[in-house]
Design a binder for this molecule. Sequence first.
Ligand code: FHN
Length: 502
Amino acid sequence: MMKNILKYVLPAFCILFTANDADAQQWSGPKRKPEKPIEVKYGSLTPANRTDATMEAFRNYGLGQFIHWGVYSLAGNEWEGVSARGGAAASEWIRSWSGPTAPKDWKNTYDNLYKQFNPKDFDAKRWAKQAKDMGAKYVIFTTKHHDGFALWPTKYSDYNISKSPYKKDIVKQVVDAYTAEGIDVYLYFSILEWNNPNYMGKAPQTDEEKRKFDKFLHYTRNQLLEQLKNYPQIKGFWFDGTWDASWKSAYEFTYNLEKELREKHPGLIIGSRFRNDEHGSRHFDSNGNMLGDYEQGWERKLPVEFEWLEGHDWDAVMTIPPNGWGYMKDWSGIYTKTTDDLLDMLMRSRSMNGNFVLNFGPDGNGNMHPEEDKIAKEIGEWVKQNAEAIYNVRHAALTPSKLGYFTQKGDQLYLTVFNRPVNNIVRIAAPKNAQQVPTTAELLVGGEKLNLKPADIGLDLDKNTYYDVILPKGFVSDRAFVLKMKLGTPKSKSARLMDAKM
Ligand code: FHN
């Protein structure tokens, strides 16, 4: 048994996790910086914190939707009643299913599945309407995942939607429907392709390997230019599968490709996952400068400290199940995030200037999982009521609250309370030297004015002053609620208290 786990199951997980392990440290603390600057020729192509309208819009999105859809959705993480759990790293990775539970000749079965791809219920307008009702301002859509199956009729590979019974261009329908709803579209594009004979994980060594990989690079370039031409409304690309040594070795090509894409499509947004510098540094070049327009490594994780972000734009992409981006028929026996969990993550992201992107994995017919439908509806109801605290807001320079998350717009301060105090007094801490402190408070929903009073609790060595907002008697809320406060100059300095003598 153990032998089988080592032989079959571990490699599948290792592909997914070692790939990301090397970069993992980037996302859980301050960024690494060399002691002395290093010469970097293939570094960032755009200024830090772009100020153009497209990037400003990105900053203000707040909430996004990710959709993983493809041939893997037909399987739903199982095949003929046998679950792929434990045998494949994630539902959209089911092609790499291995070990004792894997069906016989599985890869071959998978590679022929597209011949059954005929999603009878697919209606991009319905998805777009749902996303709009949820409050999403942008969508990231998988045009091609690691299996290489293209959901648009690409001229550069036969493994594409036009060869399936469905035939029609799915990417076009998604781009058009979401754009019509006022939702910006970003195309997810996996560089890595499992069944492309010209793709390889290792850096090409021999002339033959170099020739093949070069072909692959040009194929990738062609597909990207094709997407820009076919779908000129898109705002950006969301790249994935860029961690292999082969892609990393092509830093000159990828540098020029990024330049070309940007020239062809002014304003295009590309995250930090696309390419690396000549020293192999991904996301950030060897001097710690970001490679791309925003941090693209917050995948199923969120920053703990605002300072870790060093002022970069960023988004976090999140699954509802623990992992698994493509459709999973069976959600039993695993913890799936609740609406409250997700709203907490949304507001945590917003409090640190990030966007929160929630993933959906429709089934092979084009229907969302019923639980996803429910969550989207619940999120939408909450977001609609509390929109002011979510969109067009920035990080507030106040002492972080254990009760929830601050966001700010001009002199309006919002505290989204997730942990309601038992005494109904929401205590807000402002640094003693703060130029702006809360002066009035109300409930965002309903606008009821609340009593706000300074609370000079006189704790020695304390760097804060406090403001207590009293919740009305009988106030009930079955989800997080937002306090809206007006910021103004502090009315009086708190009395200088005598230091304790010990
Ligand atoms: O391997 C993929 C995975 O299947 C999924 O697409 C996620 C989404 O961010 N990206 C990769 C893992 O980092």
